[in-house]
Design a protein around this ligand. Structure first.
Ligand SMILES: [Fe+2]
Length: 249
């Protein structure tokens, strides 16, 4: 059984389109999406519709999907530079995501446990009982060991940190599929994972897909997306943009 794991499109439909093209070559039996479909990129609505068109087995809610649908009341004043950016991204997405899709995002589950072949698997955006906790690829084994709920689980899938990796933890394999729309691991190609199951055996591919970054930036410019310099920095360098840009402003 072949499973595709996609995550963190963040409104970058150009990157998602390239991944969908690659998926047609990989022919997975099922697809799961681990959240952060919207916010920070120019085409949030298109990303929602493209993810839905894949008829995924599951879509998990990410912290940005959650933030978008549960944003503070009008009048809330951002306290930090990053909060200012998030508020502008929220206002941009509000104009582009229909009410039905907003409700769909708001009601996505935050976790899924299931079995693929004979492999008990857990899926999260960031981890159990959290949408925001960060466990990087270089985490200690003890930190990795916080990413599951059930003792018999053999595979943990998550996204959120925008760094793709595969690591054996204490008795289970941890796979982060990376980010399609905003990788932060220094490789500016879109990232996703293919997991092949054969009874209890697991084989993982981390796939990196080249896409037209200039086209994604042109769409953002044509739509007057706010804070386009942060988007451009992230797309070109595949690095977390906020710290670098704050120093420029
Ligand atoms: Fe994300």
């Amino acid at each position: 059984m072949r499973l595709a794991v996609i995550s963190d499109t963040h409104g970058n439909a150009t990157a998602l389109e390239a991944v969908i093209h690659d998926l047609s070559d990989q022919s997975p039996d099922a697809i799961v999406c681990l959240g952060d479909i919207v916010m920070r990129g120019p085409q949030p609505s298109e990303c929602i519709h493209m993810v839905k068109s894949l008829k995924p087995l599951a879509v998990i809610r990410g912290n940005y999907d959650d933030k978008f649908t549960r944003f503070p009341e009008p009048g809330w004043v951002p306290a930090t530079y990053k909060q200012e950016l998030v508020l502008r991204a929220y206002e941009y997405d509000c104009e582009r995501i229909g009410k039905e899709d907003q409700a769909w995002l708001a009601n996505l589950p935050v976790e899924l446990s299931c079995e693929f072949e004979e492999v008990p698997t857990e899926m999260y955006h960031a981890g159990p009982n959290t949408l925001v906790n960060i466990v990087y690829p270089w985490a200690t084994l003890d930190e990795l060991d916080t990413l599951y709920k059930h003792e018999n689980t053999k595979l943990v899938l998550y996204g959120h940190v925008h760094h793709a990796y595969v690591r054996q933890g204490k008795g289970r394999l941890h796979v982060n599929c990376g980010s399609i729309g905003l990788p932060f691991d220094g490789d500016n190609r879109a990232s996703y994972a293919i997991v092949d199951f054969k009874k209890r055996d697991i084989a993982v591919q981390l796939r990196r897909i080249t896409y037209d970054i200039e086209s994604a930036l042109a769409i953002a410019k044509a739509r007057s997306m706010p804070d386009i310099e942060a988007f451009e920095y992230a797309l070109r360098y595949a690095r977390y943009p906020y710290d670098a840009l704050k120093q420029l402003t």
